[in-house]
Write a protein that binds this ligand. Structure first.
Ligand code: 13P
Length: 255
């Protein structure tokens, strides 16, 4: 069985003081939950300070974005080596908000995956269809395209260690969630695409998170699906209680 992984994407929330409080609370309540990989993705300005608080703990650090160039004239961007230096373990790449507002494409996602891997940072790569695509019944095509574009030219070993997050855009921050069966269907499709492109071993190892209005009440139903290996949590990761409860629910499923 794949080890479950719960990640909290704080998005553009929590300045330093709030970020520190949240992390201290998480450490108190969730550090010793050993059945689950736990990751938090604070904003850039809090990364270094949070890393220091997390030192020696079981909670890992993620950035929310990365640039694909090593350095240079890219005002406002953060280079992969800068994230490596801070000790970022993971980086979220290709979140739908970045695709929608900052022109992120499957091609830039692909380049960012390469640069993260080069610097020893594990990518959490987001895919997912819009509401309109969902209603038109073209989710399969959209996912096929995203998987092909995002993972082009990667080796099977690289794919095996990555995290993929399926986030139907219509479920993000809306309170609407894909049913466990709907999510499972897309996760199965993603795993089949990985098997076809990178072999069955990579497909059985790669972990696929679901994201989109995950909360304590729907965690168990979603994560008990065979191909849902974790969750990428937005809103519910901003409160200590709800994020810890999601981690606990996930740990309960492993016994
Ligand atoms: P919500 O959990 O707030 O729907 O956000 C999901 C998400 O976008 C995580 O990356």
């Amino acid at each position: 069985m794949r080890r479950p992984i719960i990640a909290g994407n704080w998005k553009m929330n929590n300045a330093l003081a709030a970020a520190r409080d949240l992390v201290r609370g998480l450490l108190e309540q969730a550090d010793d939950i050993s059945e689950v990989d736990k990751v938090i993705a604070p904003p850039f300005t809090a990364l270094l300070s949070i890393k220091e608080i997390l030192r020696g703990s079981s909670i890992k650090l993620a950035a929310q974005n990365i640039h694909y160039e090593e350095k240079g004239a890219f005002t406002g961007e953060i280079a992969p080596a800068m994230l490596e230096e801070i000790g970022c373990d993971y980086v979220i790449i290709g979140h739908s908000e970045r695709r929608a507002y900052y022109n992120e494409t499957n091609e830039t996602v692909n380049k960012k995956i390469f640069s993260a891997l080069k610097h020893g940072i594990i990518p959490i790569v987001c895919v997912g269809e819009t509401e309109n695509e969902w209603e038109r019944g073209v989710t399969r095509e959209v996912i096929t395209n995203q998987v092909a574009g995002c993972f082009a030219d990667l080796s099977k070993e690289e794919v095996a260690k990555m995290i993929i997050a399926y986030e139907p855009i219509w479920a993000i921050g809306t309170g609407k969630t894909a049913t466990p069966e709907q999510a499972q269907e897309v996760h199965t499709q993603i795993r089949e695409l990985i098997a076809r492109g990178f072999g069955s071993e990579a497909a059985s190892l790669v972990r696929i998170q679901y994201g989109g209005s995950v909360k304590p009440e729907n965690t168990a139903a979603l994560l008990s699906q065979p191909d849902i290996d974790g969750a990428l949590v937005g809103g519910a990761s901003l409160q200590i209680d709800s994020f810890v409860e999601i981690i606990r629910e996930t740990a309960r499923l492993t016994v």
